[in-house]
Every structure is written in C-alpha cells, then in structure tokens.
Design a protein around this ligand. Sequence first.
Ligand code: 13P
Ligand code: SF4
Length: 337
Amino acid sequence: MGVVLAYTDAVARATGSLYAKVSRVIPEIEWHVHAPLIAEINRLKRQKHAVILGHNYMTPEIFHCVSDFVGDSLALAREAARTDASVIVQAGVQFMAETSKILSPQKTVLIPDARAGCSLAASITAADVRLMRQKHPGLPVVTYVNTSAEVKAQSDICCTSGNAVAVVEKIAADFGTDAVIMIPDQYLARNVAAKTGIKVITWAGACEVHERFTADEIRGLRAAHPGVAVLAHPECPPEVVAEADFAGSTAAMIGYVGQHHPRRVVLITECSMSDNVAVEYPDVEFVRPCNLCPHMKRITLAGILKSLETMTTEVVVDPVVSARAKIAIDRMLALKS
Ligand code: 13P
Ligand code: SF4
C-alpha cells in the first residue's frame, strides 16, 4: 500500500511489450491509467507467489496484461486444480472462485469483488435441488458450474458449457436412464437435449446476458453484415442457437475463430470476448453487438491490486459442503472432454 501509481518511464518500460499487444483495443489515453496498475499487480504477484485466473469475459487489460492463465469455466477449474501457486486470484465471478477453493482447499483463493455474482447461481438453492430429486426419483442431477457450492453438493455431477453434452450422455449411460435433471439453465438444458436426444428436466434459470439475444437480432446481423459467421454461446435461447453457424463455450468460440479464420464474425456472448479475441486475430473483422455482464465487470485492475495488497476477499467454503461438491466437480473433470 502507499505506492504512488503514475505513468513513469519505468512503468512504460515494464509494460511496453504488453501495450504493443493490446494497442488495437485499448486507446493510449486509457493505457496511461492501466499501465501503473498492471506493473504493480505483476510485481506483487511474483512477491506473493500468486496466480491470476482470468475468465474470457475479463476486459482486455486484465485478460492480456495480468492474467497468468485465461480460459472458459472448464479450463479455469482444471488450472485451479493443478496450479502450484500459493494464492489464486480469481478474475471472474463468485462461483468460479468457489470452484477454485473446492479444488484447492489448501490454497488462499481471493476474489477482488465479493459481489460478483451470477443470475444463474442466484436462481436456485440446495433445498430446490432436494425437492427436484424427490419429484423425480432415480434421475441423475447434472448441475451447471454456475451455481453455489451448496447446490453442487446436492448434485451427481457438474458440467460447464464446454462439456455439457458429454457429461449428460455419460451420466445418463451410467444411471441407465433416458432422462436427467439438468439445472439451473433452462436454455443450456434445452440446447443439450436437442443435441443428445436425452430428455432433460430443468429449472427456470437463465443467464441475464445471453437470454437477451433474439433470433430476430441474429437475422438482422446477417442482413447488415453479409457473410458474417455467427457463433453463439449455448446459454442463449434455442431459437438463437438455431440461427447460429456454431454454438459452444467461450473457449470453443475462440477455437472456431482460430480454426476457420472467418473474414467476418460475430460472437453472441458477453462484450469483452470480441476485444480479447480480436487482439489475436487482426485479420478478422468482429461485428460487436454488446451485452455486458454486470457481475464480470465488477472485476477491475484497481480491485485486483487491492485484493493482492490486502489479501481480500478470501473465499471460504464450508468443509463438509466443499467435500460433497468436490465429488460432483471431480466426476466432471475425470471426463476427458
Ligand atoms: P464458459 O466460459 O464456460 O463458456 O461460461 C460462460 C459464462 O457465462 C461464465 O459465466
Ligand atoms: Fe452469470 Fe451470465 Fe454473467 Fe456468466 S455472463 S456470470 S452466466 S450472468
């Protein structure tokens, strides 16, 4: 604490190569504010043997300039389980930080803003899951990682958008059923049902970012931007996914851009994704309809710095809940998808 954060020559030298990378998406005037914070965060990280896990929805200065590892929810969970750092700073939302803590209980896991929630996680409680089980005895419960630790603890297996199809197919086969309970995202569940032919009993939860996209909007984008490749996140309503050329997790969308190099692309997901991917693919034109996640946007460079300086807010998960939730998460991670 107490460090004077100014854009000095030393800061310019320490961050010059980072700015060369992000200069297409961050104006110079903004960089002068970000750079001192970035230099100090990167210094403190080394001093405290900390690692920053950055979700694909982080803003580019967080994603490209201070994160040690970036990815979708699945990749971040895998990294949390294997990192040898003593401290994990989760540049993402609460459920991701909880997942990291469950997978690495001996590590200090920090979230820079404890208010960074998720509309899906807020939509369902552990008691709701118990009631669903009573109503549908014998069916496996597949729980999206975008939930609290308590909800995961009531589940047979977790999934992310990156492995939902594989998880549902595997658990239905293991239980010998042609139906599963899949909570809490009604759209992800319906999209998975359409792909697998497995019946899903779901919950009325939705992502407040992805549920706002409409099929009409996609048709309008195609008309306005001829030849555009439309990539949608499976948290979008099924009629939006039906209009897309490809649906997949945030990492899968990035993979699609890398593999197909579309001349023009639109990512039907949170705003920061296009900025982050555009840095890597200067030859691809990104059409940018924008839906912000207010929870993800609570994570800022200033917040990350404060988190490292003060070692707050530490994520705590009740050990009994954690042990039960870990079984569901480990079962998911055991799948090679
Ligand atoms: P993925 O990065 O796992 O696709 O998840 C998207 C999301 O909305 C996370 O909050
Ligand atoms: Fe939750 Fe949607 Fe925000 Fe992801 S983008 S954290 S699913 S509200």
